[in-house]
Structure formats: structure tokens, C-alpha cells
Ligand binder design. Structure first.
Ligand code: ZN
Length: 84
């Protein structure tokens, strides 16, 4: 049980480090080409990566979302602008 828990934690820590070091990964849908083959002669821009060939990792997206929630919840609200 201890070994299984440590293995799970090590895997999670490794993925977190990977998301911090290399937040983008090659798009799985187009295999990094940015285009997808529609018909025998037609090629379209990949819908998932919008032709940019890379996508944000799911762990990094989750981290960014959590940081945004923390930022919005802890920072004071901006003071209202003085009216002319
Ligand atoms: Zn793609």
C-alpha cells in the first residue's frame, strides 16, 4: 500500500514538473502538422490546435485555472474610477 501510494505521488509530482518545464505538447489530433486531411485531396486547418501544432497540457491548463481563481479571490478589488 505504501509503495503504491509513493508511486502515485511520484508520478503526480513528475507530471507537475513536466507541466512546469514543458507546458505545451504536440497536438494528438494532427500529430503536430497543424493540418488534417478531410478528403482525398482536401486539407483543412486542425480544429483542436487551430493550426498551431501544439496544445497546452491538461495539467498546465488546470494549474492556470487554479492560479486564476486564487488571483481573483485574494487580490483586492480595483477601486472604482473617479467620475468626471
Ligand atoms: Zn492539431
Amino acid at each position: 500500500m505504501l509503495i503504491a501510494s509513493l508511486t502515485a505521488l511520484a508520478t503526480l509530482a513528475g507530471y507537475a514538473v513536466l507541466c512546469a518545464i514543458q507546458p505545451f505538447t504536440v497536438c494528438r489530433k494532427c500529430h503536430g502538422t497543424g493540418a488534417r486531411k478531410v478528403t482525398r485531396h482536401g486539407v483543412k486547418v486542425c480544429r483542436r490546435c487551430h493550426g498551431q501544432r501544439y496544445r497546452l497540457r491538461a495539467g498546465r491548463r488546470l494549474n492556470n485555472h487554479g492560479r486564476r481563481i486564487h488571483h481573483d479571490g485574494t487580490r483586492p478589488n480595483p477601486s472604482p474610477r473617479p467620475r468626471p
